[in-house]
Design a protein. Sequence first.
Length: 328
Amino acid sequence: MIIEDSKLGYRKHVLDEFEFENGQTLQDVEVEYTTRGTPKYDEEGNIVNAIVYCHRFNGNCLSIEDLNQLLGPRSMLADFNFFYISITSLGYPESCSPSKTNLKFDFPKYTIRDCVNFKRKFLSDVFNISKVLGILGVGVGGYEAFTWGCEYPDEMEFLIIGSSSFKTDGYRYIFSKALSNLIESSDAYLDTVYSEHLSRMMFSINSLIYTQYFSKRAFQKFTREELEMLMDAFIEEGFNEDIYDFKFRNDATLNYDIEDKLSNIKAKTLIVSASEDIYYSPEFDVEPLKGKIENLEIFIFDAQEFVYKYDNSLFVDLFREFLEEFKK
């Protein structure tokens, strides 16, 4: 059932029920989504040109606009005519989440695989899709893309994964565990009323998260005044984020590890990274993939030319060459 068509460009669908890996179920589960492009159908009425976009940790379905240079009728790849489906992930506001359901700390613990199954059920219910053309994932969205390819290898023809990894370990594990411990140390976390203390804690958490927002070289190029201005904008953007949504999402990444399943991937896979990415390094998150995924291409941008986040012009030629065989 579609319950909303917003002027902001997204819609909402209600799943009758969703079952988590741990056996818990929720009824009347909302899913926020948006689409770009036009679907194409085969003789049996199946959509054949669908690409699912999986957004970053601090994003939602409208984060697909970050890729405006690559998508849509006026994009640099307009002639590829794909049908993009962007879904706000499980655990995020406006889709089923601790804040949306008002379950707070009683929300079911979920995994990255739950996030994948959430989107799979949505695709089946709304578009009658059991196999997509491809999956495009960035950051934590890449966790979903990796997991999808490992757990359901016959459900896509290609994967494109940018600035991501196949497991949470080392520095990332310590950082995420520290954030989890920080939240759990507050008595206010288990209060029935959402207090100002929790809002202040989210302010501090977003300040820490900002330390991974740019490459080391990019950070060094900014003056202190520029750093403070950019940091304030980032913190303000996430100031109203619900701490329960953040905590459950962070905990889901803590247990993420599909390294021993990478050989299951059948899809043609493109991995894109940057040489000086602070959070996802080519050394630990890209190079180990060699020999573990059969049909693998890797492209690592040099830090001198890579512009983080919103300038996707550098990707055009790379994407065009990779996607050529999948044009419909």
